[in-house]
Every structure is written in C-alpha cells, then in structure tokens.
Design a protein around this ligand. Structure first.
Ligand code: ATP
Ligand code: MG
Length: 371
C-alpha cells in the first residue's frame, strides 16, 4: 500500500482550466472520499492519478516518488469505474485474470489470485458466467475483483455504486467498508452519496469548481464546516439558511436580526464583524426542535414527508421563507397545521457575507436529533 501526495496539481483541456491547483496528502491505508457538484473535476482528478490523463502542472507522488510521467501500468494503481467496463465476451474468471495475464504472471499465480478475490467478493460461484448473465451488483463486484487481483498500491473508485438499486447499494457499501479494513488499502473514492461519504471516508475532500474547499474527517466537516458551501454539502436534508444582520457582535453570545425583525441568539464568535454586517444563519433540519423554547419560530406546515423512522416537515415561516425540520417518524402533523419550534444557540451556524464560517462556541458534539 502507499501514500499519495498531490502538490499544486493543475489540469487544462485546451484553454479551459478544470483543476486549479490541488494539494492533498493521503496517508498509507487511508480511505479518502471526494465529493462535489457535477463537473467540479472529481473524475478528472482520478484520471490524472491513474495516468489516463496527463497532468498539466504540479507534482504527483506515490510513496514519495514523483510519478507524473509514469505509464498507468507502472503506477500500481487500479481504477474501478461506474460503468464497470468489463469485457463482454470474457467470462468472470477471464475478466478478472486479464490484467494479470498480460503482465506476464504465471498461470498458477493467476488462478490463485482470482479465486482468492472471487471468494472475498462472494462471486466464486459465478466464474464461468459472461457479464451479461450477471446482475448489476455482481458485475460491479467483478470490476472490483479485477482491481483486487493486481494488488494495487492504490484503488481509485469513480462512483462505483451509483448504478445499483438502493438495497444493493447499502449492502455493497458495507462490503466495501469491510474490504477496506481487510485489505488496509489506500482508497480514493468519488461519490455523490452523502451516506457513502460519511460512512466510508476516514477523510472527506469537498471540491468546488476545480479547487479543494475543505478536507476533514466526516464529523469534523459536519460540525465545523469552514464555508457555507461545505455546510450546505454535508448533511441531508441540507442545512437551512436565513439571511440576517449582526445586531450584537460578541466573542460568544451574538445576536442576529432576521428580515422579519426576529432576533436570534447564537453561540458564535462574531467579534471580527461589525453591527449591521450581513450574515447567513445556518440551521440543520435535525437540530430544530418542536419542544425547544429558545430562538422560537412559528409557521405553517406545507408538506410532510414520512421516511418511517423520521419525517421531514416543510414549514412556511412567513417573511423568512421555508424551513425544513427533521422530526420523529410518529409525528402526527399535517399540511396546514400551525406549529412552533426553536433551536438552541449552540446548534446554530453563521457565515459572513463571503460565505466564510464564524467559529462556533460550545458547539454540540452529538449529531442526535432533539425531537
Ligand atoms: N477531455 C475533456 N476535454 C474538455 N473538457 C473536459 C474533458 N474531460 C472533462 N472535461 C471538463 O472538465 C470538467 C470536470 O469534469 P469531471 O468529469 O472531472 O467532473 P466530475 O466532478 O467528475 O462530474 P460528475 O460528478 O458529473 O461525474 C467538466 O466541466 C468537463 O466538461
Ligand atoms: Mg465524474
């Protein structure tokens, strides 16, 4: 296994800049998840790492060796694509064995590796089948198996589970997590799925338009996003934002006045701001509570979505707009109901006019739902 270091990596297609200077330090055995909006450069970054695409500027190191010019086959990297990219005319065994065979490994070694990987992935009973005779989940495992047999130093996964149905996705996610623990492999994994990112990643890299917006452990990003962009990206349903102005700037007990004149108290350090400065208040749906009498709001339920264990309430609070609340699944409210709710000062987030987060004081550390 290996460490990976990216030093000011840039990518240009013609005169279009796609990656603007990516710095990343990935430790040996780390599971790193890349997330970001469609088109922000995640797949491009993986293709640069694998060698499928040339790096325009910057340095890429694998285990402290600069590998910019090295061919894909010699980088010790295996990539698993969303589309599986299996050879349709080869059975599972041959698909998994192909890479090893062309690299000149002897037959008994190839057999051993393929069977070992197939057992690990629970596809050892499918070795004679063609890809078209497999389900999506089975095909994806063959693609992962094909990567495993090569004993790569680094695995790259580009949205590997997005073609699977919901339950298979969960199952394969759990298996991938276990596989990582077993192989202790360095993994760089792209996904659009919140839960995959939060559960699989030792570290999440949030990308924004070809730049790294923030890197951190999943809960670190959840509790302490550095920008409004990251705050909006981590968490589902996403954080509610309300525009306001600083009414009282303070190092821990700040007050923000909303457009309706409502004053909100927030345990946030606004000492760098001035009274009257425009800010965005952030309220996570899971932190707004029906039985909370601090920072209260009143509004009309416009929609309730039942997910079973939980429900989402969409509430029109008048001039400030709509807020989404995450409540207990046995909640009986219906569209049209008037409700009251609140949020504690140390559950709030605050962002300045440039979207930079202000420091949260005594921020709660438990993501539990105050129902
Ligand atoms: N070969 C290419 N030539 C020109 N532009 C390209 C090329 N490949 C990618 N791009 C552009 O680079 C940008 C980043 O693309 P990329 O595929 O890396 O995005 P992504 O983050 O993986 O998006 P998605 O989440 O939709 O997969 C896009 O604007 C894309 O149009
Ligand atoms: Mg992509």
């Amino acid at each position: 296994m290996a460490s990976v270091k990216l030093n000011n990596i840039k990518k240009r297609f013609g005169n279009v800049d796609v990656l603007h200077g990516i710095d990343l330090d990935i430790k040996d055995g780390e599971f790193v998840v890349l997330i970001g909006e469609s088109g922000c450069g995640k797949s491009t970054l993986l293709r640069l790492l694998s060698g499928l695409e040339d790096i325009s500027e910057g340095d890429l190191y694998i285990d402290d060796e600069r590998v910019n010019g090295r061919s894909p086959a010699k980088r010790g990297i295996a990539m698993v694509f969303q589309s599986y990219a299996l050879y349709p005319h080869m059975n599972v065994f041959k698909n998994m064995a192909f890479g090893l065979k062309i690299s000149g490994k002897d037959k008994s070694h190839v057999n051993e590796k393929v069977i070992e990987a197939a057992k690990k992935l629970k596809i050892d009973h499918l070795l004679d089948r063609l890809p078209r005779e497999l389900s999506g989940g089975q095909r994806q495992r063959v693609a992962i198996g094909r990567a495993i047999v090569r004993d790569p130093k680094v695995f790259l996964f580009d949205e590997p589970l997005s073609n699977l149905d919901a339950s298979l996705r969960v199952q394969t996610r759990v298996e991938l997590g276990k596989l990582h623990q077993e192989l202790k492999a360095t993994i760089i994994y792209v996904t659009h799925d919140q839960v995959e990112a939060m559960t699989l990643g030792d570290k999440i890299v949030v990308m924004n338009k070809g730049r790294v917006e923030q890197v951190g452990a999943p809960l670190d990003l959840y509790h302490h996003p550095k920008t409004q962009f990251v705050a909006a990206f981590i968490g589902s349903p996403k954080m509610n934002f309300l525009q306001g102005k600083v009414q009282q700037a303070d190092s821990e007990n700040s007050q923000v006045v909303l457009e309706s004149g409502r004053v909100i108290r927030a345990s946030i350090d606004t000492s760098s701001l001035n009274e009257g400065d425009t800010v965005q208040l952030g309220l996570r749906p899971e932190h707004i509570a029906l039985n909370c009498s601090e920072n209260t709001f009143e509004g009309t339920v416009t929609l309730i979505e039942h997910l079973g264990e939980l429900s989402y309430l969409y509430v029109d609070v008048g001039q400030e707009g709509e807020l989404v609340l995450k409540v207990n699944g046995d909640n009986q409210h219906q569209a049209g109901d008037r409700i009251q709710f609140g949020i504690k000062p140390n559950y709030l987030y605050l962002f300045d006019h440039e979207g930079k987060a202000l420091t949260r004081i005594n921020a709660h550390q438990s993501p539990s739902i105050p129902l």
